[in-house]
Design a protein around this ligand. Sequence first.
Ligand code: UDP
Length: 325
Amino acid sequence: MPPRILIVGGAGYIGSCCAALLQEAGWRTECFDDLSTGHRQAVRGPLHVGDIRDRAALSRVLAAGRFDGVMHFAARSLVGESTRHPLRYFDNNVAGTISLLQVMADHGVNRLVFSSTCAIYGTPERLPIDESHPRAPVSPYGESKELVERVLAQVREREGLQVTTLRYFNAAGALPEQGLGESHHPETHLIPLAIQAALGQRPPLAVFGDDYPTRDGTCVRDYIHVADLAEAHRLAMQRLLDGDAGDAYNVGTGIGTTVREVLDSVGRVLGTPVPHHPAPRREGDPPELYAQADRIRRELGWQPRQPEIDDIVRTAAAWAASPRF
Ligand code: UDP
């Protein structure tokens, strides 16, 4: 029997791509999402509309589904917004996850893959960042994910929850052949903004800081293709299905790319330069973030298939040419 997985937050960017690729691999998925930031059109298969803090709604879905495991993508994820509305982040991300964990326990669903973030490490003390790097988040968003990781560690140790935490670096790219990609309102992420600026759909891009101590003065990030992230989820859940207790893994390529290099890539892919101008640094942006992702390669056999920035941008551009939502 193929695994049956509840994708919580399955109408969002990463959750919807993951659900589509699991289905392609023959897995059965159902989605639970409140559609606050996700899109109904992104969901293939059953969609249960609800809020993860609504235990009765979650309970109905878990009672009916006989799920082998849950993948939990539902969260607020904007660093800037979290500094203005911290309670919103702790309520959705921390209280929401506790609600999900309680309902899973009520229904004997014992396997979870949880979306975490490199934001839990804060400003790096050393690079590349491995999983043992000190965790010192600098935003309420990062803090909310770090708190959940601590809750999960306790529930694993004391209640035997099988749980793997995936600490994403910068999710990017799209699945144009599946009609899926990134569509945030408002959009805040570099690659879609740069593509839209190059296509003349928005004003020139503001480069947040060009005086960082990096090779060209702009911030370095580790962009990871959403299809590679999805594969990390499949492998992580498969390992739990095989009986493993789970672990925490960074998911990145290990390649650091500057903002300017991203703009150059978008210019190459689209054949037209990205209009841009320098702007002040954005609060809470560390100069450099890139992963040491050896553990997931070694233990789960994961490896990124599209690590090159041009390949990532190409898929994002193909999606941006005809976004379906
Ligand atoms: N960035 C930028 N201009 C923008 C949006 C982002 O210069 O309009 C920079 C941002 O400062 C960071 C990088 O692009 O260094 C990636 O930002 P994004 O918001 O995509 O992801 P984050 O790193 O915040 O998760």
